[in-house]
Ligand binder design. Structure first.
Ligand code: TXA
Ligand code: MG
Length: 358
């Protein structure tokens, strides 16, 4: 059975987290809050414990895990000596939503964590509960997002419960996650930083402290220059997880991009057509256009003028469509600036790369 610990208030925190930490030390699996999404943790050095993560999630074994640490002393045990570029990234962005891929120290973690690669993805989460849990367990904590594989990542403890109840040992409920999208994953290439997965730390923020930032892909390629397939294929070899269909709601989703007036008109028309066929249609819209869809089954994901709110709300919105039994979902796109880049990356994936330009 899956235990639930509440870590919302200070009085509860210490005792609850000590119990949860003990479960981790004993080779158990515990979901915990981070500033991005909830993670499913286990001792990264314990082969059987890590196997339980893959089992609980139904995750393909060739998709490696991120290891979470609470301090830099832990890092030295996990990876080989790293250069100045990595040090600068850590100094500026840790704790925070940045995952850095570094050469792994042989034998430091279970082979299952790295899926046989000679690199390890590491991050120090910026969340007091996560940091205290890791610290008190004394383990480096392997932690993928705490969802069943293929489902939207969990941004609340209830999402974890919906997906993994009975499949894991415990859940630490620390309230809603902050950023709402997963961390930015980067690797270091000479003096450049290559973004393998866009996320909470934007390209602009990275550019402030490194010479060059390389984008493997735009989420939605430029119409003039890029074939649409780029969005699906280029990242795959470097960050194994990017090749899987991720974040998908159960309904068939399409991402609609173009001028706002054209987008809302197209979506309204499509939703009406679906309804007249007797199908359940859902619309994922920005607050600014909410009024255009009166009478439709609309979920407002956030505001275009503050894309951070949309990032926070995206995964919960996708889960809402599942609860309502939406068979078709039309989603509005957003500008690929700042966090909008990561947001579009996830929207494109949720839509299974079905992009309609109007
Ligand atoms: O915000 C996050 O990163 C959350 C929270 C829980 O920390 N975790 C998360 O983990 O999103 P997961 O397993 O859902 O995604 C890990 C991503 C995958 O795309 C995986 O392929 C990539 O990181 N990855 C892991 N190890 C890697 C490596 N050695 N080289 C390249 N990519 C790697
Ligand atoms: Mg995930």
């Amino acid at each position: 059975n899956t235990r639930i610990w509440h870590a919302n208030t200070k009085e509860w925190e210490r005792e609850a987290l000590n119990e949860a930490a003990a479960v981790l030390r004993d080779g158990g699996t515990v979901a915990f809050p981070t500033e991005t999404v909830y993670g499913l943790g286990a001792d990264a050095r314990d082969d059987a414990a890590v196997a339980r993560i893959f089992e609980a999630k139904g995750r393909p074994s060739d998709n490696p895990l991120i290891v979470h640490i609470a301090n830099l002393e832990q890092l030295d045990e996990l990876v080989l000596p790293y250069g100045e570029a990595a040090q600068r990234l850590m100094a500026r962005f840790w704790p925070g939503p940045l995952t850095i891929v570094l050469p792994v120290k042989p034998g430091a973690v279970s082979q299952r964590v790295t899926a046989g690669l000679d690199t390890l993805a590491v991050r120090m989460p910026d969340h007091p509960v996560a940091l205290q849990l890791i610290e008190s367990s004394g383990c480096p904590i392997a932690g993928p997002s705490a969802n069943r594989s293929g489902r939207p990542s969990p941004t609340r403890a209830e999402h974890v419960k919906d997906d993994l109840d009975g499949r894991i040992d415990g859940i630490v409920d620390g309230g809603p996650a902050g950023v709402g999208l997963e961390s930015t994953v980067v690797e270091i290439d000479g003096d450049a930083v290559r973004i393998l997965r866009p996320g909470g730390i934007t390209a602009g923020a990275l550019r402030e402290i490194t010479g060059r930032v390389i984008h493997d892909v735009e989420a939605v390629p430029d119409e003039a220059t890029g074939a649409a397939v780029r969005a699906g294929t280029i990242e795959a070899p470097r960050s194994p997880g990017m090749k899987y269909t991720h974040y998908a709601p159960k309904g068939l989703m399409q991402l609609v991009i173009g001028d706002a007036g054209d987008v809302t008109a197209y979506i309204k028309e499509q939703a009406a057509a679906a309804r007249s066929r007797g199908e359940r249609a859902g619309i994922l819209a920005f607050a600014e256009h909410g009024a255009c869809y009166e009478g439709d089954d609309t979920v407002i994901v956030g505001s275009l003028s503050q894309l951070e709110t949309a990032a926070q709300g995206l995964y919960a919105a996708l889960r809402t469509f599942d609860e309502r039994g939406a068979q078709y979902i039309w989603a509005e796109g957003c500008p690929q600036e700042g966090i909008g880049h990561a947001l579009m990356n996830r929207l494109v994936k949720a839509a299974g790369h079905r992009i309609v330009r109007v």
